[in-house]
Design a protein around this ligand. Structure first.
Ligand code: GUN
Ligand code: ZN
Length: 437
């Protein structure tokens, strides 16, 4: 029997790329709209009255004034860093050595890994994030724990074993061969199972030897339908270190490129201090850049060139980078993206921010045929946003003259209290129905 459900509220569906058309014309807003779901997939988005007439006998969830959106897509996170989020006072390399590596060491214990993975999904779902691409640790058990927690909840998720064979402490290094073997067997176990996908994951050039990068490049060539995620040009000191390690390389990107790690499906986290050749090569290769604004301000990395990179036609996703990032919330992440762009003289429109956190990230993950938009055929991972979730937001929202003014205070000041309800593949997983205001 067909499982059908109708969710009513305000709806917002992107019909165009908001960096390529005037942003306010990039989406269709329906004041009294509805989303019809059939067997976990969106069947229709239209006026509530039209869909009620079309489907008179379905379960109706009336979300009142709430804004129905696709669930947020976090295109770069480190779930094992959940417990060390908001650790004080360090920049990238010191931060890794002081906080991150000791915590990641603990993920050889499957019980600990499962504990953190379950907590991570509970937290991110309650913040409205329905898809995450996460790094794990060097331990295969950390990948198993993540995928099992995702599978239990039915969410679409991407992850990979983080590979490191140099410049990391004892107990947190693999080898070129074991990185290849472990990644391959995890990939064969999980890639394409339910809603799960594997991403080949060298942490970054400073912690992966050329042999390891070559082994992972070979693995990717054998499984080109997998994603590949790594870090690129996040901090100036890191780039100088890469140049010391590889004086022969043309630039940082070249250290990946010469091992077959630049191509469609590559996702480069941060990508702040790029050389012109790197920008041109990334665009030509149709690889993705992942903007992690709360991390870039928190660790002091720099200001991502959203405007310039979008003008070049780059594929760009948005991400928390938990726990280098200082929040689990994609709302907070959008606010930080707005602030970072302002510091570069560019005011991102609310349509652009919402697009980055949904359709843009889906496109960066090359999953825009499955997630990230409210339209028929897309999996029904949805959220209902309360646009008056706190007194401060509510008083600002009362002045709004259109949907963009109504949603912007929630983008800038909202948190998990704004996320009223979350559906994964059409099933409610957290939250309640309409709130009275
Ligand atoms: N570069 C290499 N590893 C990491 C990490 O875990 N977090 C961040 N922000 N940058 C990195
Ligand atoms: Zn990262």
């Amino acid at each position: 029997m067909t499982d059908r459900r109708l969710i009513t509220g305000q709806t917002l569906s992107f019909i165009n790329h908001p960096f390529q058309v005037p942003p306010e014309q990039s989406a269709r807003h329906i004041r009294r709209g509805a989303v019809l779901i059939e067997n976990g997939v969106i069947a229709a988005v239209d006026d509530a009255d039209t869909l009620r007439a079309l489907a008179p006998d379905v379960i109706v969830e009336d979300m009142g004034e709430a804004l129905i959106l696709p669930g947020f897509i976090d295109a770069h996170a480190h779930y094992p860093q959940s417990a060390i989020i908001a650790s004080w006072g360090k920049r990238l390399i010191d931060w890794l050595n002081t906080y991150t590596f000791p915590e990641e060491m603990r993920f050889g214990d499957p019980t600990y890994a499962a504990d953190v993975a379950n907590r991570y999904f509970d937290l991110t779902l309650s913040h409205g994030t329905t898809t995450v691409a996460s790094y794990c640790t060097i331990h295969p058990a950390s990948v198993t724990a993540f995928f099992e927690a995702a599978q239990t909840r039915g969410v679409r998720a991407i992850a990979g074993k983080t590979c490191m064979d140099r410049n990391a402490p004892d107990g947190l290094r693999d080898t070129a061969q074991s990185a290849y073997d472990d990644s391959k067997s995890l990939l064969e176990r999980w890639h394409g199972t339910d809603r799960l996908s594997y991403a080949i994951t060298p942490r970054f050039t400073p912690t992966s030897s050329p042999d390891q990068l070559a082994a992972l490049g070979a693995l990717w060539a054998e499984h080109p339908d997998c994603l590949m995620q790594t870090h690129l040009s996040e901090q100036v000191d890191e780039i100088a270190w890469v140049h010391d390690l590889h004086p022969e390389a043309r630039d940082y990107l070249d250290t990946y490129e010469c091992h077959g790690l630049v191509g469609p499906g590559a996702m480069f986290g941060h990508a702040i201090h790029l050389e012109p050749r790197e920008r041109a090569r990334i665009a030509e290769a149709d690889a993705s850049l992942i903007h992690c604004p709360t991390s870039n301000t928190f660790i002091g990395s720099g200001l991502f060139d959203m405007d310039g990179l979008m003008a070049e036609g780059q594929r760009i996703g948005l991400a928390t980078d938990t726990g280098g990032g200082s929040s689990f919330s994609m709302l907070r992440t959008m606010a930080a993206a707005y602030e970072v762009a302002q510091l570069r003289g560019c005011a991102l429109h609310p349509a652009q921010l919402l697009w980055l956190a949904t359709a843009g990230s889906a496109r960066a993950l090359r999953m825009d045929d499955r997630i990230g938009t409210l339209k028929p055929g897309i999996e029904a991972d949805l959220i209902a946003l309360d646009l008056s979730s706190t007194p401060a937001i509510a008083q600002s929202n009362t002045r709004a003259e259109d949907i963009w003014q109504a949603v912007f205070p929630t983008i800038m000041m909202g948190d998990d209290r704004a996320v009223q309800r979350v559906w994964v593949a059409g099933n409610p997983v957290c939250g309640t129905m309409a709130k009275a205001h």
